[in-house]
Design a protein around this ligand. Structure first.
Ligand code: HEC
Length: 300
C-alpha cells in the first residue's frame, strides 16, 4: 500500500522527531546551541534529501504497480486515494468513528441483569493519541533512567552552578567602588539599610543609635580620617578602626564588597544627616564635627 502522507508533511515531522531524540539523548540541555551547529544542519539536509528520494521511488513503484492490477482493483485504490491530503487525513482520523452506528456494533450481553453493552470501536483520533502517549512515555522512561535529561535534581544543580558562574563573571567585570570614587546616592539608601541590618545592627542597632559600637546618628566621631563625612564613613567601614579592632575592616578583608559598602555608607550618611533622630541613643563619643566635615553633596 502506498504511503498516504505526502513528503511535505512527512519530512518535517520526521525531522522534528529526530531533533527531539537528538535533543533528549545526545545533548545535555545546557548545550542546546549544538542543535544549530553546522554539522547538525548538514545532517538534517542529508536526511531530508534521502527522505525525498525514498518518497519519489515509492511513488514510482506505486504507479508501475497500478498497471498490473485489474480495473476493479485500480478503481478501488484510486477511490481510496481521491481528494487532497487533508481530506484523506480527516477521513483517516474520523472515518471509523463516523461509521459507527448502533446496528453494526457488536453487543455484549452480560446476562444476569439484562443490560446489553455496545462494544463500540474507539474513535481513531483517540487510538492515535494513545499510541503517541506510549511512544512519548517510552522516550521519557529510558531517558530518565539512562541520562540526565529530565532529572530535576541534576537540572537544578546545573542551573545553580551556571548561576554561580555568571555571578562570578559579573563580579569580575564590574569594578568595585573605592573611597576615591564612592559618593552618597539617594537611590542606595534602601538597599544599604538592608545590608546595615544584616552586618552592622548587632553592634550599632538598626536605627544606628549605638550599642557596642558608637551612635552613628550624632555629630560626634571617634574616627576622623577623611574631610568629607560620607567618605569618612566609607573609610571606617573599609579600614576598620585603628584604636578598636571590634570595628573590623569589612572592606579590606573582603567581607563586604566596595559597591555594598557604598550602599551601607549612603544609609549611614542618611540617618546621620536626617533631622529625625532616634529618641534614645548612646552617649556621644569622640569629637564634635559639624561644619568641617560637610559633604560636597548637599543633602536636603
Ligand atoms: C562587632 C561589633 C561591630 C560591628 C558588627 C560593626 N561595628 Fe562599627 N563600630 C564598632 C565599634 C566598637 C566602633 C568604635 C570604634 C572605635 O572606638 O574606634 C565602631 C565604629 C564605627 C564607625 C565610626 C564611628 C565613630 O564614631 O568613629 C562607623 C561609621 C561604623 N562603626 C559603622 C559600621 C558599619 C557600617 C558596620 C556594618 C558594616 C559596622 N560598623 C559593624 C563595632 C561594630
Amino acid at each position: 500500500m502506498r504511503s498516504k502522507i505526502p513528503s511535505f508533511i512527512m519530512i518535517p515531522s520526521l525531522l522534528s522527531v529526530i531533533t527531539f531524540m537528538f535533543y533528549v539523548f545526545c545533548v545535555s540541555y545546557n548545550h542546546i546551541s549544538y542543535l544549530v551547529h553546522p554539522i547538525t544542519i548538514f545532517f538534517f539536509i542529508i536526511i531530508t534529501a534521502l527522505l525525498y528520494v525514498l518518497e519519489s521511488i515509492n511513488h514510482l513503484i506505486f504507479i508501475k504497480k497500478l498497471q498490473f492490477l485489474s480495473k476493479e482493483e485500480k478503481k478501488k485504490i484510486l477511490e481510496e486515494n481521491e481528494g487532497n491530503y487533508f481530506y484523506r487525513f480527516y477521513r483517516f482520523i474520523f472515518y471509523e468513528s463516523k461509521k459507527m452506528n448502533y446496528d453494526g456494533v457488536k453487543k455484549i450481553d452480560h446476562g444476569f441483569d439484562g443490560i446489553i453493552e455496545l462494544d463500540n470501536k474507539l474513535p481513531m483520533w483517540w487510538v492515535h493519541l494513545f499510541y503517541i502517549t506510549i511512544v512519548f512515555s517510552a522516550i521519557y522512561f529510558f531517558s530518565y533512567l539512562l541520562i540526565d535529561f529530565s532529572d530535576p535534581y541534576k537540572e537544578y544543580n546545573i542551573a545553580y552552578k551556571n548561576q554561580l558562574k555568571e555571578i562570578e563573571i559579573f563580579e569580575k567585570n564590574t569594578p568595585q567602588v573605592t573611597v576615591e570614587n564612592a559618593f552618597f546616592k539617594k537611590g542606595l539608601i534602601n538597599s544599604g539599610k538592608i545590608l546595615f541590618e544584616e552586618n552592622c545592627a548587632t553592634c550599632h542597632k538598626s536605627d544606628g543609635s549605638g550599642n557596642i559600637g558608637p551612635n552613628l546618628t550624632d555629630d560626634y566621631w571617634i574616627n576622623v580620617k577623611e574631610k568629607d563625612l560620607f567618605k569618612n564613613i566609607f573609610s571606617v567601614i573599609w579600614n576598620g578602626s585603628d584604636n578598636n579592632p571590634t570595628m573590623r575592616a569589612f572592606g579590606k578583608s573582603g567581607e563586604i564588597k566596595g559597591n555594598d559598602i557604598e550602599k551601607i555608607s549612603s544609609y549611614v550618611y542618611f540617618i546621620n544627616k536626617q533631622s529625625k533622630k532616634p529618641l534614645t541613643g548612646k552617649v556621644p563619643q569622640g569629637v564634635r564635627i559639624t561644619n568641617k566635615m560637610e559633604s560636597e553633596i548637599n543633602y536636603t
